[in-house]
Structure formats: structure tokens, C-alpha cells
Design a protein around this ligand. Structure first.
Ligand SMILES: O=C(CO)COP(=O)(O)O
Length: 127
């Protein structure tokens, strides 16, 4: 069972909920973690259980970063809004930097998320 982080900026939350609903059969076999608002939205939209961290601007991105440092997150689905400024941009950068540093599969849009999830399933099957 993999530990998967789910995060989306406000204008991307609908997209992430739709993506999670589409992949519910696979995702529900794993342990899901989400920043506060995103995780709540995914739970409401899909009925899956998501362990909630703080809201992103209040430290949730940093909590996910800490999980990565501690080897407690296997994949990060982070739908970033490239058209809006974020008040906590430094936290967003820190999180994506740590995912890169620790070689955690990171998806910033739907197509990549599809690929990353397929990769995870393949990897789990071959173990
Ligand atoms: O801001 C976020 C990611 O940078 C997401 O936080 P929320 O899920 O609490 O909106």
C-alpha cells in the first residue's frame, strides 16, 4: 500500500476531485493524505478516506514536505495553478523541491498524474 499526497490550488480542486473520482478503484487501495481543503473536497466528492493535514497556506504543504523527508510519502499529486499567485509560494516551492530531492514521483497536472498512478500500480504489481 502506497502513501499518496493529494493537493490542489483553488482553481484546480475541481480537476483533482474529478481525477480522484475517475481513479477511485485504484486510489482506494492506498493510503491518502491531503492538505486541509483539498483533502476535505476529495473526501466529499469521492467518499474515500483522506487523512487531513493543515490547509496549504497554514502549513499543510510543509507537513507534506516533512513526510517526504522522513520517507513517509511515496507519491505526490499536486495540481498547481500556473495562472494565480499564491501567498505561500515559498511553501509550494519547498514542497516541490523536496519531492524532487527525494525522488518522490510528483505530478503537477492530470496527464502526469495518470502516468504516475499507472507507474505506481505497475511497481506494486511487480513487488
Ligand atoms: O494551498 C495548497 C497547496 O499549496 C492547498 O491547500 P488546501 O488544500 O488547504 O487548499
Amino acid at each position: 500500500m502506497a502513501r499518496i499526497g493529494l493537493v490542489a490550488h483553488d482553481d484546480k480542486k475541481d480537476d483533482l476531485c474529478a481525477w480522484a473520482e475517475r481513479h477511485k478503484a485504484k486510489l482506494s487501495q492506498h493510503q491518502l493524505w491531503g492538505t486541509g481543503t483539498t483533502g476535505s473536497r476529495v473526501m466529499a466528492a469521492t467518499g474515500m478516506t483522506v487523512s487531513l493535514l493543515k490547509s496549504g497556506p497554514l502549513g499543510g504543504d510543509q507537513q507534506l514536505g516533512a513526510m517526504i523527508c522522513e520517507g513517509k510519502l511515496d507519491m505526490l499529486i499536486f495540481f498547481i495553478d500556473p495562472l494565480s499567485a499564491q501567498p505561500h509560494d515559498v511553501d509550494v516551492k519547498a514542497l516541490t523541491r523536496l519531492a524532487t530531492l527525494y525522488d518522490v514521483p510528483l505530478a503537477n497536472n492530470r496527464s502526469t498524474a495518470d502516468a504516475v498512478l499507472a507507474f505506481l500500480v505497475d511497481r506494486t504489481d511487480s513487488e
